[in-house]
Design a protein around this ligand. Structure first.
Ligand SMILES: Cc1cc2nc3c(=O)[nH]c(=O)nc-3n(C[C@H](O)[C@H](O)[C@H](O)COP(=O)(O)O)c2cc1C
Length: 169
C-alpha cells in the first residue's frame, strides 16, 4: 500500500502535538518522518506528504526545517501531493502570520509538488501572511494562543479534506 509521509520535528511543541493528532485521526497508511534525521529516500518513498511547521523568528522556518530542506533540494516531486499545516500567532505577529506554511508551500511547489489542503482565510485577523493565496491559505493554520477553541473543528475538517484530495478512503 502506498503510504503518506508525515513530516515534522519533535523539537517543536504544538506542531508535534498536531502531528500526533493527525496520525491518530488518519488511521492506517501514515508514517512519521523525523526531519531531524531523515534523508531524501525517507521522503521520496511516500505517495503524498503532510508537512508541519510553526513560524519562528518573526516570519521564518524553525531551524529543523532550514537544516532539512537542503537534503531534498534536488528532488523531483512532480505528481506528489503535499498538504501543510502549522500553528501561528495572529495577534503577536500579525505581519508574518504563519509565514512558515507559505515558505514550505513555495519550496515544495518549486520541486514540482502539488500543494493541496487549502483553507479559507475567513475567521482570522492579521495584516500579512506568506501563507496567503487569494482568499485562501495554502494550508491549515491554527492559532493555539488566540483561538484555541477553533482548533478541533479546523483540524477535523482539514484531515477529511486532505484525505479526499489525496484520494485516500
Ligand atoms: C520567537 C518567536 C517568534 C515567533 N514568530 C512568529 C511569526 O512570525 N508568525 C507566527 O504566526 N507565529 C510566530 N510565533 C508563534 C509560534 O509560531 C507559535 O507559538 C507556535 O505555536 C509555536 O510552535 P511550536 O509550539 O510547535 O513550537 C513566534 C513564536 C516565538 C516564540
Amino acid at each position: 500500500m502506498k503510504t503518506i509521509g508525515l513530516l515534522y520535528s519533535k523539537s517543536t511543541a504544538y506542531t508535534a502535538e498536531l502531528g500526533e493528532r493527525i496520525a491518530a485521526a488518519w488511521g492506517k497508511g501514515i508514517e512519521y518522518v523525523d526531519i531531524d534525521t531523515a534523508h531524501l529516500a525517507d521522503v521520496e518513498k511516500h505517495a503524498a506528504l503532510i508537512l508541519g511547521t510553526p513560524t519562528y523568528f518573526n516570519g521564518e522556518l524553525p531551524s529543523a526545517w532550514d537544516e532539512f530542506l537542503p537534503e531534498i533540494e534536488d528532488a523531483d516531486f512532480s505528481g506528489k501531493r503535499v498538504a501543510i499545516y502549522g500553528p501561528g500567532n495572529q495577534v503577536e505577529t500579525p505581519v508574518s502570520f504563519a509565514d512558515g506554511v507559505g515558505i514550505l508551500a513555495r519550496y515544495f511547489e518549486e520541486l514540482g509538488a502539488e500543494v493541496v489542503g487549502r483553507t479559507s482565510r475567513e475567521g482570522y485577523e492579521y495584516e500579512h501572511s506568506l501563507a496567503e493565496c487569494g482568499d485562501q491559505f495554502v494550508g491549515l493554520i491554527v492559532d493555539p494562543t488566540n483561538q484555541p477553541e477553533l482548533t478541533d473543528a479546523r483540524l477535523t475538517a482539514w484531515i477529511k479534506q486532505v484525505k479526499k484530495e489525496f484520494g485516500v478512503k
